[in-house]
Design a protein around this ligand. Structure first.
Ligand code: PEP
Ligand code: MN
Length: 337
């Protein structure tokens, strides 16, 4: 961290700041110029709030040179992390495709989709049981019943399952039967939920918040990791921008940024980014080309009559074709499928 004082800052004010920093166990490297004094603060400043210092009227600016996240930071963990979801490895050479309907509707529906996506090469079955809907009047998910149906379909088709959790009081129940627990975009900053998930060892799929910066997203991963659970997979699912044509704007630069800043695997959800089924295929290919470790894709056997997100869901046949194309693309970026 670097502290720059305003010209003419009195010695006693500078001493106040110096004492505060020394008390917090930092060393100070002082640079005194003709007009300005600069402090180079040496030590782990990741958990130090720079506003403690910038509040002083004689401090011009405080600049961080170290990111505030530590456990998620590639600096302290240079090699890629591989997260195991049952026998599926996320973050290795093999791309991981998670697929299934937005919501579990009936046992037959989830079984049908599970069988189809397994045959096409998906490694993990998705399906929402607790749904975070914008309107309280929309279908809210089958809840416990849906969870049960999803787990059954997963077991039957030998697919680990991923599904969304919305509150901390459900962590124990989810940990008992869900292989990868999804934190949705709307709950990325539900810190009590993140801390509760940190107390388990079950892998967590952490989606990026609708308007979250990359740093805020990694700080949410840090919440889970610092509470004791290092098994975090990130998921870019589009962010809010001025553009209204698409449901969200897929931020593919986030894939590169995360790869540089963090060792955690990152997958991309082109379905919630686009909001339209015909855009899923090109965005999925672009995500793999950009270096994503996998994808989450909504697949429905009858999109026109889906209870949720039918417009962005692929039919199983289209999903199969997409995976064939991705299989051809993967080696070009050093991956396999
Ligand atoms: C979902 O995956 O069904 C979902 C609601 O996604 P998001 O949190 O990204 O909107
Ligand atoms: Mn959905």
């Amino acid at each position: 961290m670097i502290v720059v004082f305003k010209p003419g800052a009195p010695e006693n004010e500078k001493a106040k700041i110096k004492n505060m920093l020394i008390k917090a166990n930092f060393q100070i490297n002082e640079i005194v110029g003709q007009n300005l004094t600069i402090y180079g603060v040496i030590g782990d400043t990741s958990s130090y709030d720079p506003r403690t210092i910038s509040v002083n009227a004689w401090v011009d600016k405080v600049m961080r040179v170290q990111e505030p996240y530590k456990l998620a930071n590639r600096l302290f963990h240079p090699e890629n992390s591989i997260i195991n979801v049952k026998d599926v490895q996320i973050g290795g050479k093999r791309l991981v495709i998670m697929a299934g309907p937005c919501s579990v509707e009936t046992q037959t529906q989830i079984n049908t989709v599970a069988k189809a996506v397994k045959e096409s090469g998906a490694a993990i079955l998705r399906g929402g049981a607790f749904k975070p809907r914008t309107s309280p009047y929309s279908f809210q998910g089958l809840k416990e019943k849906g969870l049960e149906m999803l787990v059954k379909a997963g077991r039957k088709n030998k697919l680990p399952v991923v599904t969304e959790i919305m509150s901390a009081d459900k962590v124990e129940e989810f940990a008992a039967c869900v292989d990868l627990i999804q934190v949705g975009a709307r709950n990325m900053q539900n810190y009590e939920l993140l801390k509760a998930l940190g107390k388990t060892k079950v892998p967590v799929l952490l989606k990026r918040g609708l308007s979250a910066t990359i740093e805020e997203w990694l700080m949410s991963a840090e919440y889970i990791m610092s509470s004791g659970n290092k098994n975090v997979v990130l998921c870019e699912r589009g962010i809010r921008t001025f553009e209204t044509y698409t449901r969200n704007t897929l931020d593919l630069s986030a894939v590169s940024a995360i790869k540089k800043l963090s060792h955690l695997p990152i997958i991309v959800d082109p379905s919630h980014a686009a909001g339209m089924w015909w855009m899923v295929e090109p965005l999925a290919k672009a995500a793999i080309a950009a270096g994503a470790d996998g994808l989450m894709i909504e697949v429905h056997n009858d999109p026109a009559n889906a209870w949720c997100d039918g417009a962005q869901s692929l039919k199983p046949e289209r999903f199969a074709t997409l995976l064939e194309q991705l299989r051809a693309l993967a080696p070009l970026v050093g991956r396999e499928l």
